[in-house]
Write a protein that binds this ligand. Structure first.
Ligand SMILES: [Zn+2]
Length: 290
């Protein structure tokens, strides 16, 4: 069943963000075997830190082990993801935290941990900013969860224009800023992708929730963002049906939009085909060096 559903998607390569793993879910090698689709990975920053904090002996120890883990993730994977939108908001301080600030935060966290009061979730904005800047130093695509999420989030703080100053400061860093999902801020994300050369967006997760109404949000993402700055994402998680449903919804929307433009004579068929290929996978292959 998995194989049939994956084959029907037409997907030829998967980029899996591994931070949302669950004991009931397949591991990446298992997914690769079942789907027969090559998989590459993206590492979630908060999960890297959360896996090291329980055994850290001091602030310098944690900083050193984080650096090693990030180097390894940069080498093995295709990028990083931050969920600071969930844990804090995208209105985080755009300044890189100082070494003293980072050490003080880790010291406080280790005291909390030793008292049995730490819940295992990284939510300290200073440490999350530290991880974000560490990822920027490694000049890899850095994904940000943007917009729609569960009841943990304050949606108004997940508007990507709230991180405009951070985006401005990372312009020449060599990292690409990938704005994921974006609903209902697809227009704001498209604006950022238009004006900053290293910003990209997708409307992935939104499709799973907006269903047959999703052509309007895909249409809005295409208003301002250049065709080279928008990526397809299924945002599928756990169930193979989600990959197929989201591919089908995206194809339906993109097909309608481009057919309309071609029929009105604003685009030639060959150009439409070229743009659709870029949106479907070409842009992703380029940005993530797949
Ligand atoms: Zn996300």
């Amino acid at each position: 069943m998995n194989k049939r559903l994956f084959a029907a998607t037409g997907i030829q390569g998967l980029l899996i963000e591994t931070g949302a793993s669950h004991p009931a879910m397949l591991t990446v090698p298992e997914l690769e075997a079942v789907s027969e689709i090559p998989c590459e990975t993206v590492a979630r920053l908060e999960v890297i830190a959360e896996s090291l904090i329980p055994t850290a002996t001091s602030a310098p120890d944690l900083i050193q082990r984080l650096a090693a883990a990030m180097d390894e993730a940069a080498l093995k994977g295709r990028g990083f993801k931050s969920i600071i939108a969930y844990r804090y908001g995208l209105d985080f301080d755009p300044e890189r935290p100082t070494p003293d600030e980072v050490s003080a935060c880790i010291d406080a966290l280790l005291v909390e941990r030793d008292a049995g009061a730490w819940n295992g979730r990284l939510a300290d904005p200073v440490l999350m900013r530290y991880l974000i800047w560490e990822a920027i130093d490694r000049a890899r695509p850095l994904q940000f969860h943007v917009g729609y999420g569960d009841s943990d989030i304050n949606l108004y703080r997940c508007d990507p224009t709230r991180m405009t100053e951070f985006i401005r400061r990372t312009r020449t860093s060599g990292s690409s800023i990938m704005l994921l999902h974006c609903y209902p801020f697809q227009r704001e994300a498209a604006f950022l992708a238009q004006v900053y050369p290293h910003v990209y967006l997708d409307t992935g997760a939104a499709m799973a929730f907006t269903g047959f109404a999703s052509d309007s949000l895909i249409r809005e993402s295409l208003e301002l963002a250049p065709f080279g700055k928008i990526l397809f994402s299924s945002d599928a998680y756990g169930l193979p049906e989600l990959y197929l449903c989201n591919v089908a919804l995206w194809r339906r929307a993109i097909g309608r939009i481009f057919a309309e433009w071609v029929s009105e004579g604003v685009l030639g068929e060959k150009d439409a085909e070229r743009y659709i290929i870029a949106l479907a996978h070409g842009n992703a292959e380029r940005v993530y060096s797949l």
